[in-house]
Design a protein around this ligand. Sequence first.
Ligand SMILES: Cc1cc2nc3c(=O)[nH]c(=O)nc-3n(C[C@H](O)[C@H](O)[C@H](O)COP(=O)(O)OP(=O)(O)OC[C@H]3O[C@@H](n4cnc5c(N)ncnc54)[C@H](O)[C@@H]3O)c2cc1C
Length: 265
Amino acid sequence: MTQHAHRMVRHALERRTIEVLSTKRVTAHMQRIIFGGEQLRGFLSAAADDHVKLFFPNPEGELVLPTLGPNGPEFPAGVSPSPMRDYTPREYDAKRCELIVDFVLHGDGPASTWAEQATPGQKIGLGGPRGSFIVADDFDQFVLVGDETALPAIGRRLDELPASARAYVLVEIPEKADRQPLGSQAEFEVVWLERDGVEAAQSDLLERALRQLPELPGDTFYWIAAESRRVRDMRRYLAEERDIPKDWIRATGYWKADGTDDDED
Ligand SMILES: Cc1cc2nc3c(=O)[nH]c(=O)nc-3n(C[C@H](O)[C@H](O)[C@H](O)COP(=O)(O)OP(=O)(O)OC[C@H]3O[C@@H](n4cnc5c(N)ncnc54)[C@H](O)[C@@H]3O)c2cc1C
């Protein structure tokens, strides 16, 4: 039986201040921001679903970043800390020291609100990535499932798959105007699922599409990211109803409908 040995690579924790170089509305609900700055030198992101912590200005408009204390990150006393959220490094150009992050504009929230108004010259904080999960490359195919917050990681995974790979992609988006061009040297098929007014946390388009996916020949790696409850349900379906081995599934809640923070693997 093939091994499918995944690897976890740890990185030294670095904290950086980065500056908006330019912004572009790539689709109806996706704001692309290119960040630059000398502090990006040495930035390393080794896996398609890496994440960084981004620190946004606090309600007073100041960047208040943590320092590393004996018990982990510590914010200075007496000031509001900068809100921090997880984002995917969509692309990093080491020569130019430029990092692309694609932000979903979902409405109110420190990250989404900041991304919508971002203009060149503004600064935010960045930490990580702390680690990279390198998926074994000897699967027969990859099934990539996610909502719009997963699109940066899915797009990057497709960019990085070798020509010998095959991928089936299920992406749920708010509306048709959120479709974006995806490319790969691998053979791949994308199914765009449009919610058209249904709330992201209430939709079941991904779940239904996953259930309709035919049995695939050989070994398949499943990658899933979306709202946390929905991710849990899809992981359970694969494990319990399809008997997919645990190590062949990587399912991560990218956001929670009740707004609390959640990272699960
Ligand atoms: C590993 C990882 C990688 C991620 N990569 C990306 C990425 O590259 N691009 C990206 O856009 N997001 C990404 N996310 C998701 C992003 O971190 C969350 O959507 C985050 O909650 C947004 O923060 P906020 O300050 O805008 O809203 P919050 O303050 O966190 O939430 C405010 C309200 O908005 C709701 N909410 C949050 N996100 C959404 C959403 N997407 N749709 C609808 N309602 C929402 C919450 O339930 C809450 O009610 C990633 C998450 C993880 C864990």
